[in-house]
Design a protein around this ligand. Structure first.
Ligand SMILES: Nc1ncnc2c1ncn2[C@@H]1O[C@H](COP(=O)(O)OP(=O)(O)O)[C@@H](O)[C@H]1O
Ligand SMILES: [Mg+2]
Length: 278
């Protein structure tokens, strides 16, 4: 676990702008110690909400990756994150579809974060365009920032507070997750497949997502984008987790292969070593 500053008392905030409010948690942008931060504040004493809030803080504190927004500090009722300027992928998709190059690049960023997260025993379980921020508004691999571990499953945490409950957002939720299965990393790969679909099509694959999850509706919109990406998209979105890539790394490898076929760059945003000292 990283060293996250523990602050004993609830912090006074200035310059607050409310972002959302649900599950007894208020999300705000605020000034704190001279920087703009994203603060989540627990406003209820309901034990379930408090347990979920604590869980979110513990998971966020345990992760460290350039494409995952870190927890800066926490008080008994607040979680502080650095504010990533740029806006969520949702906002970008609302403005129009991505090009193939952009969609592939954003997917690569999501998968790179997932490789790290899954290796640390964490499954996000609520990946969707609202929970992906694009630093600087850029549709690039290195600009991807994953947020919101409020519904995540962590192998290292003794209590699975979400077991038996149905959570998530129907369009992006894997069918087994809808059935109550928690902690399968392949559920995140399903969501990543839906995000790729939506980024290229401009809409999610199922009009009636709930009907599809229940199994009463079978129709899926036509696969968007170039055929080179279709096996990856179909595989990731298969109803049965066994039909999906075995891991985020396997999906990343499949994506790299598709990029070669498409003549797109396969390099990730990893900084390249200089051939000689400048
Ligand atoms: N660190 C951040 N930087 C910039 N925007 C953020 C950050 N964290 C969250 N947001 C924005 O706030 C919204 C709500 O935050 P989120 O953590 O997803 O909380 P909720 O539990 O309300 O879904 C996100 O959809 C995103 O637009
Ligand atoms: Mg969210």
């Amino acid at each position: 676990m990283r060293d996250v500053e523990w602050i004993a008392a609830e912090q006074r905030l200035t310059g607050t702008v409310s972002v959302s409010m649900h599950g007894g948690v208020l999300t705000q942008v605020a000034n704190w110690r001279g920087q703009r931060v994203l603060v989540k504040t627990l406003l209820t004493t309901d034990p379930d909400s408090a347990a979920r809030f604590e869980h979110e803080g513990q998971v966020a504190a345990a992760l460290r990756h350039p494409l995952i927004v870190p927890l800066l500090a926490q008080s008994p009722t607040q979680l502080f994150f650095p504010l990533v300027p740029g806006g969520p992928l949702r906002e970008r998709l609302d403005a129009g579809r991505l090009t193939v190059r952009e969609a592939v690049s954003v997917l690569r960023g999501i998968l790179r974060a997932l490789v790290n997260m899954h290796a640390q025993g964490v499954v996000h379980q609520d990946l969707k365009p609202e929970n992906i921020v694009l630093a600087g508004g850029k549709t690039r691999c290195g600009a991807v920032r994953i947020i919101d571990f409020g519904m995540s499953h962590a192998r290292h945490l003794p209590l699975d507070i979400h077991s038996g409950t149905r959570m998530g957002t129907p369009h992006y939720m894997a069918p087994e997750q809808f059935q109550g299965v928690r902690g399968d990393p392949r559920s995140d790969l399903y969501s990543a497949g839906v995000i790729l679909f939506e980024a290229l099509a401009g809409h999610p694959p199922y009009e009636d997502a709930l009907g599809w999850l229940i199994g009463t509706r079978k129709e899926r919109a036509e696969l968007p984008g170039p055929p080179e990406l279709h096996p990856l998209m179909l595989g990731a979105m298969s109803r049965d987790p066994a039909g999906r890539p075995a891991s985020a790394q396997a999906m990343l490898d499949e994506l790299a292969l598709a990029c070669v076929r498409l003549g797109l760059p396969t390099l990730t945003a990893r900084p390249m070593p200089l051939p000689f000292a400048p």
